[in-house]
Ligand binder design. Structure first.
Ligand code: DGL
Length: 274
């Protein structure tokens, strides 16, 4: 049998760290390896083909690090690359390994949070144009109305450390107003991009009273816990010494400086060339 290895957690940049933080809180005993493809972030406005190619390269890198399970903690990669990787690539390159995304676990739950049966999805252009959220939500909650709003400026604001600026206020206010114009009975807003939790305080400022704001971290962590229980053949191949390592495809100095804000702890990362 293959020796156990860490659980891989992937994002185009820093956003996946908001998910990893909750996963580590829920499942501290496992080993984790994080890769941010910062050199090529953001993915949000890139084509299907490009997001797929970049994500597959990163997944292969995780496999070379002895991961049997990889979580795409990026909605854009989950929307545009996950299905092809699961259906076309894995059976050929690694039939015994698993790659999971963040959209399915979120859509399985979201309908439970809405009393008005009307939810708003804030995401990147790529995630919105893939229509993955409406399609997946309707599988579990056909009665729920789904409104989407692409917020293409939000990831660049976060990646460039401008998330506390007046510019951030401008774009957040604008996008929130737009989504409530589309659906004025929305009572749950999902941050369907793993970068957005850093904008939470500002988003809350512009939300109508009584609207619930959901981030994905805890939902994904709960779902992973459940997955590991249901899949002992994968769980056995996940090592448990509580170790965490972090890698970026870009500057390690920049990554170490910014990543702590997303993860809530100091990080010392290594560099990967893909
Ligand atoms: N955190 C990624 C997501 O959840 C950001 C996408 C990007 O790189 O634009 O979609």
């Amino acid at each position: 049998m293959q020796t156990p290895g860490p659980i891989g957690v992937f994002d185009s940049g820093y956003g996946g760290l908001t998910v990893l933080k909750e996963i580590v809180r829920a499942l501290p005993e496992y080993d984790y390896i994080y890769l941010g493809d910062n050199a090529r972030a953001p993915y949000g406005n890139r084509s299907f083909e490009t997001v797929y190619r970049y994500t597959l390269e990163c997944v292969k890198w995780f496999f070379s690090q002895n991961c049997s399970l990889v979580i795409l903690a990026c909605n854009t990669a989950s929307a545009k690359a996950l299905r092809t990787i699961q259906q076309k690539d894995l059976p050929v390159i690694a039939p015994d390994k698993r790659v999971l995304g963040v959209i399915r676990p979120t859509t399985e739950k979201i309908g439970e949070y809405s009393g008005s049966k009307s939810v708003g999805i804030l995401a990147t252009n790529g995630t919105v144009s893939s229509n993955s959220y409406p399609i997946e939500i309707h599988k579990f909650f056909p009665e729920v109305k789904v409104y989407q709003e692409a917020c293409p400026m939000w990831v660049p604001l976060v990646e460039n450390n401008e998330y506390q600026s007046h510019a951030a206020d401008h774009f957040i206010k604008k996008n929130i107003q737009e989504i409530f114009k589309k659906g004025n009975d929305i009572d749950v807003i999902l941050l369907a991009c793993t970068h957005y939790p850093l904008l939470k305080d500002k988003i809350e400022k512009y939300l109508p009273v009584g609207v619930r704001l959901l981030s994905q971290g805890e939902i994904v962590a709960d779902s992973l816990k459940d997955y590991l229980k249901r899949h002992p053949e994968i769980e056995d191949r996940c090592s448990k010494t509580g170790r965490r390592s972090f890698y970026t495809t870009d500057s390690v100095t920049d990554f170490n400086e910014h990543a702590a804000k997303f993860f809530g702890e100091e990080i010392i990362a290594g560099h990967v060339d893909l």
